[in-house]
Design a protein around this ligand. Sequence first.
Ligand code: UGA
Length: 443
Amino acid sequence: MKVTIFGTGYVGLVTGACLAEMGNQVICVDIDASKIERLQRGEVPIYEPGLEPIVRSNGAEGRLGFTTDAVSAVAHGEVIFIAVGTPPDEDGSADLQYVLSVARTIGAHLDRYAVVVNKSTVPVGTADRVRATISQAVESRGVEVPFDVVSNPEFLKEGAAVEDCLKPDRIIVGASSERAVTVLRSLYAPFNRSHDRMVVMDERSAELTKYAANAMLATKISFMNEIANIAERVGADVELVRQGIGSDPRIGHHFIYPGAGYGGSCFPKDVQALERTARSHGYDARLLAAVEAVNHDQKAKLFELISRHFDGQLAGKTIALWGLAFKPNTDDMREAPSRRLMEALWQVGAKVRAFDPEARAETARQYGERDDLVLCEHAYDALQGADVLAIVTEWKAFRSPDFSRIRGLLKTPAIFDGRNLYEPAAVEAAGLAYYGMGRGRSL
Ligand code: UGA
């Protein structure tokens, strides 16, 4: 099929590349000319495992093209995806200006039936607004063009985006037109070969499904962080509690890992946006507000532990950080817990030496040159001259370090394990103090 994708961010680019990989003719369009030029050369602007090879191969085979020309892009697609950003505005609601501007562009140029698909995470009711915006633009041209608007939210995880996109566990389609459902069934048929993953519903339910999924996952994390905070006060080890409750299949082992707080471009933004949506409909979503509040405090946790270790005397100290990205396998720093930690350390006059396998360039871009930040090329370089080590992101390479080497390099050997990667006894046996998240002995 002929597919057009507006927006070459994570969602748009991955969706475009995966649909091309399945044999479709895909054009991705973006207003950022320099990004499009890079993509045309086969350069992928984000770190995402497996993405660059399929962008290159499908580009070389002529199935995946990039353009800034919205008019030819609208003319191309039988299915037109909207995958542009919906950043939070001042009050935390999703800002729809980019989505609606794409809708106006589509309405201004559409000249035959197409299915317009909302892939961006958008508040409930946006499909209706997109439909109205396109209709208005079409009518103002004095023509009649049939089209449908469908909500088809994306559930991919950064770091595993290509795999999630090629092997989705569900394909949510919110549509009120049979014709549109038929088009999407055929577009998604190659993803559905082993069993039908498509769940068809109305647009509003599809839109809410996306927020509900992210809010549920964020709730699991904040819940476990709360249990961790209780565990360390009562002298229990949350890691044992996690295994104990995860073995109940109704709870499950996934997404109950306590840590330095959730970050990224989705959970913080989506929990807030859902809370605002509820409020604007007269409902006080207390649980969502609590999920957000617990996470906010959790991001301060590593700093509090480090500060307490030094009796609040952090000026002049150097803290080594392993991990900057908001999670492993990405260079994304959005809402990353490392940022809160570094900013808090700088505020009290401490210095940071940090290593991350992928997010060093992004960190340099965010913070520029500064005396109190050294970005190191190797994990153990970050420990040179440092007082203590904090683990902020659970990259695999940090899982089995050489503790005696760490002890030898640190001035006051202590590990602040923001992801509970290590066994406290093993760290202590190597002669280092251990602080974890909810491990019974941090307080
Ligand atoms: C999340 C969802 O998992 C995707 O399904 C969804 O499509 C995506 O948002 C989106 O809305 O676009 P993502 O933001 O890439 O994906 O990251 P996750 O893997 O979900 O991790 C989010 C944060 O939670 C990370 O900071 C991670 O370290 C933290 N986390 C995760 C925990 O602290 N504990 C856990 O047990 C799991």
